[in-house]
Design a protein around this ligand. Structure first.
Ligand code: AMP
Ligand code: GLY
Length: 420
């Protein structure tokens, strides 16, 4: 009997999950709320927002969904998984208490410190703090983090003392407090770990490109491109990350009254000796990391996600393709500031299948209207290449991207440069 899956969200991550689930042999029907133009061409979109917890639970019940796969963190922090489970509907994604690991950087830091997990030192700054003493403790560069969900935009890393103090002041004025972190140097990688109380599995590590400009300069974004596997996460680094970070987190999360069932995204900083520390936790798949990770999963994606949602991952471990994936994000004019929306995207959206590999478009901020693809967000789409080598995956992704056009759009031309 084929399964019915509901995906929550509407970005490139959700389109990647949608493609994986449509291709799952055990799946009959895929629904997405709200989805995007890409998901509408292969699954059924529903006009229910990813923030509308009541509407999503009603939709899952109406569809008799066998699994709800939650993409973004917002609904998890707001308790979507708790509501679904109380209705007996399996959900991939942690309950609200588990989602606090992303919902509060301060809470996540306390958990790490209690478990002795390597991470940057932190100071809590309030209106009472002597800011000169605080910023002089570790000196430049300064890492200032608001303790709010800000879509990756609540963090300032700067060598400019005035800028750091200004961001600290404005954050304290709006939030009452702000975190000042010790600066970690090294190279970042994203480790996506699927876990439930029965076990865990780390997916191939990937590397995101968070800054808007080539060579990692300019403003922070949600992510301008990614590739996997990332060679910086060598077997030795992965082994250390598993034993020093993932195992203690898994033991801790499995011993809670409600166990963690979903993806724990571990943002790693790997220093020059190969020692990993945690930069951040997210409680969901990454975007654009998912676009380069899901295509590497060889086994049935639905079976894997459902096993986690039902707490039986250890009996359903995935297998992976021996391949490389790279994705390049096409962003709208103005992004990461307010993006220009409502422009037509033209060109050839069909998948490429050739001797070197595959390439295809993952939609993100797109709508299908009047027979046209229209831009509707900051990160509009990403072009993904899959091949037996990273350089071929890169060529395929850029070649496919050159076939689609959006006025005023921009993309980074150096995705994968650290590995290539
Ligand atoms: P976060 O939202 O906590 O992931 O921070 C956003 C980005 O800021 C990270 O991806 C890093 O590039 C950078 N960052 C955050 N914390 C640190 C730190 N302690 N040291 C160095 N860079 C950091
Ligand atoms: N690409 C970073 C994130 O998903 O948080």
């Amino acid at each position: 009997m084929g399964r019915c899956v509901l995906i929550v969200g509407g970005g490139g991550r959700e389109h990647a999950l949608c493609i994986g689930l449509v291709e799952s042999p055990s799946v009959d029907a895929v629904h997405v709320a709200p989805g995007n133009a890409g998901t509408s061409t292969i699954a059924t979109n529903h006009d229910v927002s990813a923030d509308d917890i009541t509407g999503l639970v009603m939709l899952a019940k109406t569809l008799s969904a066998d699994l709800v796969m939650v993409g973004p963190e917002g609904p998890l922090v707001d308790g979507l998984a708790d509501e679904l489970r109380s209705e007996g509907i399996p959900c991939f994604g942690p309950h609200a208490a588990g989602a606090m690991l992303e919902g509060s950087k301060d809470f996540a830091k306390q958990v790490m410190l209690n478990l002795n997990i390597p991470t940057a030192g932190v100071q809590h700054l309030t209106a009472e703090t002597n800011l000169d003493d605080a910023v002089d403790l570790w000196g430049s560069p300064w890492v200032v983090k608001r303790d709010v969900l800000a879509g990756g935009k609540g963090v300032v890393v700067t060598e400019n003392r005035e800028e750091a103090i200004e961001f600290i002041r404005t954050s304290i004025a709006t939030d009452g407090m702000v975190l000042l972190e010790e600066f970690l140097s090294g190279e970042e990688a994203s480790m996506l770990v699927m876990m439930d109380e029965s076990g865990y599995v780390a997916l191939p590590c990937s590397q995101d490109h968070k800054r808007v400009g080539e060579g990692d300069v300019g403003l922070n974004t949600g992510g301008m491109g990614a590739y996997a596997p990332a060679p910086v996460a060598t077997e030795a680094v992965r082994a250390r990350a598993i034993s020093e970070i993932v195992k203690p987190m898994h033991r801790h999360l499995s011993n809670q009254e409600t166990p963690y069932r979903g993806c724990l995204y571990v943002g790693l900083m790997i220093d020059s000796e190969g020692a990993p520390s945690v930069v951040e936790y997210n409680v969901r798949f990454g975007d654009p990391e998912t676009q380069v990770t899901v295509p590497l999963i060889a086994s049935d994606l639905c079976e894997l996600l459902l096993a986690v949602a039902e707490g039986r991952l250890s009996t359903s471990m995935p297998t992976f393709h021996d391949a490389h994936a790279l994705t390049v994000v096409l962003a709208a004019e103005g992004y990461p500031g307010p993006p220009v929306k409502g422009r037509e995207i033209t060109g050839d959206f069909t998948d490429y299948n050739g001797p070197e590999g595959r390439a295809f478009i993952h939609h993100a901020g797109t709508k299908y209207s009047g027979g046209k693809f229209i831009s509707s967000g900051g990160r509009v789409l990403s072009s993904t290449g899959i091949s037996s080598s990273l350089s071929d995956a890169c060529d395929l992704a850029y070649s496919k991207l050159s076939e689609v056009h959006l006025e005023g759009s921009h993309f980074r031309k150096d995705i994968g440069y650290r590995a290539l």
